[in-house]
Design a protein around this ligand. Structure first.
Ligand SMILES: [Zn+2]
Length: 358
């Protein structure tokens, strides 16, 4: 299947999508990584875009990849191993972090100390710099204030001035300015759900998609630098039930404890329960699996660098890396828009952008 352009992607948008039967199986054959998705089954409900957009040329310099994330640490929990792999291969990888993570609570008890709490913003900046260094990527702050995750019933209002409440035009212009400076060929973000319902994650999706539509149009945000159109837009799709079930099965076969046992049981129970309304597994939407098992260790070190946010003894790190490499050696993405010819399945975010010698 050729995803020549946005219209083709839309044509596949209604691809069948049986959430129960297609998600409760490990699609990754042992030793060979996850099976290729042959139909992207995309949901390209991204609204209208301007036509006749010309993607920025690849030229003689490095390929460039920009990930847009909500908070410091998101870049290390989503797409970090592939970021490290691309950086090692000479791709210029930049993480744009929309907020400073000011509202992030200290999730690692060992770091819950007064001197850390009092200087949390500075500490999180230093953690971010270290994570970027470990992955070999550049990182920039977009400068907005963390909205926090409202909890309770009813939920409290968002704090005034936070990222999720900044008018979309304003935050979009800030991202457009960065993108016109960085001139990426590939852009990634979260889907419309944000991956999880944090207002900053949902806003990051909205801002990135709005910027994708505006950044190549010189009539939009004319004060934000010369227009530059990235070629491909992806959503992160690595957090899938299929992946966790594959890990769970692999651990069980080895007689090891699975941190996913409760989740898997819950899903199986729901699937057996007639009328269960499981949402589609993100894995059914994957178009692109990037092999990056050799960089899982780098990914983990980058995540651990966010010491206030992650406990190195937590379940994040409980699956041995060799099991992960054998079971699911990729990070997965969904191509949602492309201005260059692209075929699904892919194994490279830059497919269609590399010269014949690449
Ligand atoms: Zn986040």
């Amino acid at each position: 299947m050729v995803l020549q352009a946005r219209t083709d992607l839309q044509a596949t948008a209604e691809a069948e999508n049986d959430p129960v039967t297609t998600t409760l199986e490990s699609t990754g054959p042992e030793g060979a990584g996850p099976a290729a998705t042959t139909d992207p089954g995309t949901t390209t409900d991204r609204g209208t875009t301007t036509d006749a957009r010309e993607p920025g040329p690849v030229g003689a310099g490095p390929l460039r990849l920009v990930h847009v994330h909500a908070h410091p640490d998101d870049e290390s929990s989503k797409g970090a191993a592939s970021s490290a792999r691309y950086a090692a291969e000479g791709v210029q990888v930049t993480v744009v972090t929309c907020t400073g993570g000011e509202a992030g609570s200290i999730l690692n008890k060992k770091m819950d100390r007064p001197e850390i709490v009092e200087n949390l913003i500075a500490v999180r900046r230093a953690e971010m710099a270290e994570a970027a260094r470990i992955m070999g990527v550049d990182q920039v702050w977009l400068g907005f204030v963390d909205s926090g995750l409202p909890e309770g019933d009813p939920k409290p209002p968002l704090p005034p001035g936070c990222f999720a409440l900044v008018p979309l035009e304003e935050s979009t212009e800030a991202l457009v300015r960065e993108l016109r400076r960085l001139r990426p060929h590939v852009l990634t973000t979260y889907d419309e759900s944000g991956g999880y319902p944090h207002p900053d994650h949902i806003r990051t999706h909205e801002v990135t998609v709005a910027a994708w539509d505006a950044v190549g149009d010189p009539a939009r945000f004319p004060d934000a630098g010369p227009a530059w159109q990235p070629s491909k837009l992806y959503y992160h799709r690595s957090f899938s039930r299929a992946r966790l079930i594959a890990m769970h099965d692999a651990l069980q076969e080895l007689g090891l404890e699975s941190p996913y046992a409760d989740h898997v049981k819950e899903w199986l129970d729901e699937a057996e329960n007639e009328g269960a309304d499981l949402s589609p597994d993100p894995d059914t939407l994957v178009t692109t699996r990037v092999p990056c098992g050799d960089f899982f260790e780098v990914r983990d070190r980058a995540l651990i660098a966010h010491a206030t946010q992650i406990d190195p003894d937590s379940g994040w790190f409980s699956v041995p890396l060799d099991v992960q490499r054998r079971t699911w050696p990729t990070e997965d993405f969904q191509l949602v828009d492309s201005l260059v010819p692209a075929s699904a399945p892919e194994d490279d975010l830059f497919a269609g952008l590399r010269g014949p010698d690449a």
